[in-house]
Design a protein around this ligand. Structure first.
Ligand code: ADP
Ligand code: ADP
Ligand code: MG
Length: 665
């Protein structure tokens, strides 16, 4: 076994690999960019080496610098994690040429599966069923449109170099084919430097079921059952589980066998995943190969939970030359596991990636990077910055229970206990998903989220006690005045029990003017639009609030700072910003309004012009950020006063893109 390894990655996966290495007595070297000098994975490793500036192309994708760091620190092997260089065969060859070991498959196996078109052709020859479609070399738009017509609509255009759901377009109508192909090719060129696409039959009620495989250097290949990753948005996984709901044992065996054959066909070694698409309920003849990911997958913890194995340990053992210590028949499934991916993103605005500093990160008690009934693998700590440079994943929450219902219940409770302030996250959306009836019944398909998006992202009603507590926090009334000090004055209050105080709070629904009258020992009467409430603050320590409304006591969490007030009550978070009353006009949702760039990016297309009459939701422009295209829409009805950017412009976070005038000019 190795004595020291280098991890060529960042975030949760780097931290996860380091944890297993440490348990096995292996020393670890982290690499990091300038932005990540203080990151979690750097702090966890025994040693860390700076490899370059923040853009991935200058750091985490610099194979030469990573190899130099390994040689300099005396690491014997390199673990690539996922993403970045993990599926780059040239990197594998460079690692080996430097006399180091790559903890992953041989370069030839990665190459064979690297492009979806070549992989499909190879799998066809190996007798593995593939999704019907065109995966040849001809990229002429008219030729591809003709293939699409033959395949029959709807079709799916896919970048052959694609990954992470990028460069993919569903087309229902032949008239839309040309534009969709152009969009997919453009996104593919930007993300992968390769615009080539394939065209597939679009499976209408698809389920994404993938098989985990492991191969060793001795030629043994086993599968570790399936994961269902059908809960997706924009073809990206949101919630994953193992085993797949309603999976008959004979279909599991058939899919497992097909995956093992796929791995054998390319001399696979290490951890890999063979992804299949399934049409409706799993049948022995109803699954087709989509692609193979020649690396550890983001969602591997659900398979670890049901098999009791540590996949990183297996990867390290295999890379060190050890044979697999079990055969297929030794493996069994224990219970059920579900994972949810917490991302910094704005669900209500088309899942736009979000950035910000994590002012508060309160996660429920769980195991980290190890199996357990509740496991949380986080890549960041409180105070860390979610920067625009990298994948905005905050943490993965994994629940394992004796059956699916138990695991789901635990996941739901855990998500409700997650308290994150400082950037917008998808936690409430994930929690809503865990309560979705169809999902609970196991009726999953990749269209579920899109179909029920409105219900899953419905703005929550603001509970009156949240508003009242926020008003008290803004006026500095949560804690009693230090009565020992007769000169104590706060927020213009002469003494308790007299007068009323006013505050205006801005929140997702717009500004609200509130009035607070103290009634006595930590008792208050709070009034405002639609609000008339008496509330008592019973206790407040370490951010935990105990309060009572009409004799009903409840507990919440208060996080205050940097001009923001965040309240976590009954599994929901509420954010407020106290505003200067003189400034309220600027917050008027019907007044003059600017559409700002939510994050740094490039303007791909401007779809409006000055004078255009728009309604709430009208597309204004397309911004490319985090290598994906995001459509920015009008926040309300109005007339476009001015467009301040042009196609191709590079914009920073907060740049004014479009000025919106009043509703009727
Ligand atoms: P799939 O490609 O089948 O969706 P995953 O869901 O495991 O597989 O990963 C999503 C994609 O995003 C993968 O291509 C992975 O390499 C990439 N990815 C996810 N998270 C990160 C990250 N933190 N850093 C770099 N790449 C990432
Ligand atoms: P990526 O490399 O981006 O992960 P995949 O080929 O694995 O690309 O596809 C990603 C997702 O897109 C799948 O999980 C599935 O939801 C959807 N998808 C892929 N192929 C099809 C298809 N032929 N029909 C319907 N949906 C598909
Ligand atoms: Mg995939």
């Amino acid at each position: 076994m190795f004595t020291k390894i280098l991890i060529a990655n960042r975030g949760e996966i780097a931290a996860r690999v380091i944890t297993t290495a440490r348990r096995m007595g292996i020393a670890t070297v982290a690499v990091h960019s300038e932005a990540d000098a203080g990151a979690l994975h750097v702090a966890l490793a025994d040693e860390a080496v700076l490899i370059g500036p923040s853009p991935p192309a200058d750091s985490y994708l610099r194979g030469d610098r990573i190899i130099a760091a390994a040689l300099q620190t005396g690491a014997e092997a390199i673990h690539p994690g996922y993403g970045f260089l993990s599926e780059n065969p040239e990197f594998v060859e460079a690692v080996q040429a430097a006399g180091l070991l790559f903890i992953g498959p041989p370069a030839a196996a990665i190459r064979a599966m690297g492009l979806k078109d070549a992989a499909k052709a190879l799998m066809e020859r190996a007798g593995v069923p593939v999704v019907p479609g065109y995966h040849g070399a001809n990229q002429d738009p008219a030729f591809l449109a003709a293939r699409a017509a033959e395949i029959g609509y709807p079709v799916l255009i896919k970048a052959r170099a694609g990954g992470g759901g990028k460069g993919m377009r569903r087309v229902d109508d032949p008239a839309e084919f040309a534009a969709a192909l152009e969009g997919a090719a453009r996104e593919a060129q930007a993300a992968f430097g390769d615009p080539a696409c394939l065209v597939e039959k679009y499976i209408t009620r698809p389920r994404h079921i993938e098989i985990q495989v492991f191969g060793d250097a001795q030629g043994n290949v086993v599968h570790l059952f399936e994961r269902d990753c059908s809960l997706q948005r924009r073809h990206q996984k949101v919630i994953e589980e193992a085993p797949a709901p309603g999976m008959p044992p004979e279909v599991r065996a058939a899919m497992g066998q097909a995956a093992v054959e796929a791995a054998r066909a390319i001399g696979y070694q290490g951890a890999g995943t063979v992804e299949f698409i399934v049409d409706g309920a799993p049948r022995p003849d109803g699954f087709w190969f989509m692609e193979m990911n020649t690396r550890l997958q983001v969602e591997h913890p659900v398979s670890e939970a049901i098999t009791g194995l540590d996949f990183v340990e297996l990867q390290l053992r295999i890379a060190a030359g050890d044979p697999l210590l079990f055969r297929q028949e030794d493996l069994a499934i224990t219970g059920h596991a579900v994972e949810a991916r917490i991302y910094a993103e704005d669900v209500g605005r088309g899942f736009l990636p979000a950035t910000g500093r994590l002012r508060h990160l309160g996660l429920p008690v769980a195991t980290a990077f190890n199996r357990g009934p509740l496991r949380i693998d986080a890549g960041v700590r409180q105070g860390d910055e979610i920067s625009p440079w990298y994948d905005p994943m905050i943490a993965k929450v994994i629940a394992h229970g004796p059956d699916r219902a138990a695991a789901l219940r635990q996941l739901s409770t855990a998500l409700e206990a997650c308290q994150i302030a400082g950037c917008t996250t998808n936690v409430a959306f994930l929690a809503a998903l865990t309560r979705h009836e169809g999902f609970a019944a196991g009726a999953v398909d990749t269209g579920l989220i899109a179909r029920d998006l409105a219900a899953l992202t419905a703005p929550r009603t603001l509970p009156p006690e949240a508003l009242a507590l926020a008003a008290l926090a803004a006026l500095d009334l949560i804690d009693p005045p230090a009565t020992a000090d007769p000169w104590d004055q706060r927020s213009g209050w002469r003494s308790w029990g007299t007068g009323a105080a006013h505050v205006t709070l801005d929140h997702a629904g717009g500004p609200l003017a509130l009035r607070v009258v103290p009634l006595g020992a930590r008792q208050f009467h709070v009034t405002g639009p639609g609000l008339d409430l008496q509330i008592a603050v019973l206790d407040h320590r370490a951010g935990t609030l105990r309060y009572a409304v009409e004799g009903h006591q409840a507990t919440g969490q208060l996080v205050q700072g940097a001009g923001r007030i965040s309240l976590f009550l009954q599994g929901q978070d509420h954010d407020f910003t106290p505003v200067d009353p003189l400034d309220v006009a600027a917050h008027d949702p019907d007044g003059g309004h600017a559409v700002l760039a939510p994050m740094p990016g490039r303007v791909l297309a401007v779809q409006t012009q000055a004078g255009a009459k728009v309604t709430k939701g009208t597309a204004l422009l397309v911004l490319e950020a985090m290598k994906m295209e995001h459509v920015l829409t009008a926040p309300r009805d109005g007339i476009v006063a001015e467009v301040l950017v042009a196609e191709g412009d590079q914009v920073t976070d907060g740049t004014i893109l479009v000025e919106l005038g009043a509703k009727d000019g």
